[in-house]
Design a protein around this ligand. Structure first.
Ligand SMILES: *Cc1c(COP(=O)(O)O)cnc(C)c1O
Length: 401
């Protein structure tokens, strides 16, 4: 793997013909230390956001000891990469074989569930183990989040009492977990969800040992500048502190995006320009799935030695495959004189970006370069002095270098 100083250096020295993935280990290290130091409980990294072994090792080296895994492949990957990590299998619908292998081969003791059927499955697969930490997943609203996770999983208030009582019987430690949806734009999402937890505990009158507030902690994107993470942590702490739980209970969270978004970005080349449409060499089947399918906007910057003086104007992107759906509407703000041969850095792709790449139509990105310049935006530096400027339309753009 190459190591270079900056995104601009990569574009100008390598002049790559295929997209290049940039990684910034210091950015992930800083995010990990922030959660370890400031979240008032334990932070589990949600591996699905970005399962790169190098990232896993960086997070582990910076204090993240617990990992939220959702498939047997993720269990195996983390067990192999980080033999001392604690794995929590937090997918509420698992294959029985996956539970058995996780428990018997990899020492996993923590599982989530949202039905009595899943509870029975876990008990069968583990031979009625008596050392289980079982987290009942509640359905909560996703109304404050950019990506909903409310439809698929989670027990409804009406069915939760019976499920909590049955799980209490089976579990060594009983937890309650939820997920407010990804990129939650206000701490209120968590306080509202914790109120549902309170109602469920009161209704079932069970002793609860773990409150797991899930993922959803935001990163920064154009048009989406969330409040500081400390405000989320304060709100969660205050709401959780007053829950009727056992005095030794633990508070957990499962950040995926917040720990990994700043870790990666992408350098693409413009292959053609048609008006305000740029044909670039990565897209919907590469690292830009969310840009294509849910209209997510990522920060972009033109990488030219001689900075362009032209005004910024909105562009949309076409990816490299021969598929009309390989289209990213943006808008992405770039200097008006952008042209074929130019390189563009697309930022904040460490979460749900680089992890979602396919090789469809023969287009992929094999080159990985480590750089030590700053990510295009950050939740983890002094927001007042941060080296980013917010344009009038809320777009975050990089200034300097
Ligand atoms: C996806 C997921 C996460 C991570 O969510 P982010 O929004 O990336 O923080 C955490 N927990 C569970 C159960 C998930 O499915």
């Amino acid at each position: 793997m190459y190591k270079l100083h900056s995104a601009l250096g990569v574009a100008t020295t390598l002049t790559p013909a295929a997209p290049v993935t940039l990684i910034r280990p210091q950015a992930a290290a800083r995010a990990a230390r922030f959660f370890v130091e400031k979240f008032p409980g334990k932070s589990l990294y949600a591996v699905k956001a970005n399962p790169s072994p190098a990232l896993l090792r960086t997070l582990r080296a910076n204090g993240i000891t617990h990992y939220d895994v959702a498939s047997i492949a993720e269990v195996r990957l983390v067990a192999e990469t980080l033999p001392d990590a604690k794995l929590c299998f937090m997918h509420p619908v698992k294959a029985e074989e996956a539970i058995a292998e996780a428990y018997h081969v990899h020492g996993v003791r923590t599982f989530s569930l949202d039905t009595l059927e899943e509870l029975a499955k876990i008990m069968r697969a583990t031979g009625n183990a008596t050392d289980l930490e079982l987290c009942v997943r509640l359905r909560v609203s996703s109304e404050h989040s950019e990506l909903s996770l409310a439809a698929k999983f989670g027990a409804e208030l009406g069915e939760v009492k019976e499920l909590l009582m049955a799980t209490r019987q089976a579990a060594d430690a009983l937890g309650i977990c939820f997920h407010v949806g990804s990129q939650a734009m206000t701490p209120h999402a968590y306080t509202q969800a914790i109120e549902r937890v309170r109602a469920a505990i009161v209704d079932a009158s069970v002793t609860v040992d773990i409150i797991d507030v899930g993922g959803g902690f935001p990163s920064i994107y154009p048009g989406m500048e969330p409040p500081a993470l400390e405000l989320y942590f304060d709100a969660i702490y205050r709401a959780a502190e007053s829950l009727p739980v056992s005095y030794s209970s633990e508070l957990w969270c499962e950040p995926g995006r917040a720990l990994s978004a700043e870790y990666s970005s992408l350098i693409v080349r413009v292959e053609r320009r048609r008006g305000d449409e740029l044909y670039i060499n990565d897209g919907a089947y590469g690292a830009l799935f969310d840009a294509a399918h849910v209209g997510w906007r990522f920060p972009v910057t033109l990488l030219r030695k001689q900075e362009s003086e032209a005004e910024l104007q909105p562009f949309s992107f076409y990816g490299p495959t021969c598929d009309d759906m390989d289209h990213m509407a943006g808008p992405f703000l770039l200097p008006a004189d952008v042209q074929p041969g130019d390189y563009i850095e697309i930022g904040m792709l460490g979460a749900y970006g680089c992890a979602m790449r396919t090789g469809f139509n023969g287009f992929t990105a094999e080159t990985l370069v480590e750089v030590d310049d700053a990510p295009m935006a950050s939740m983890y530096e002094d927001r007042v002095d941060a080296p980013l400027r917010t344009a009038r339309n809320g777009t975050v753009v990089k200034i300097g270098q």
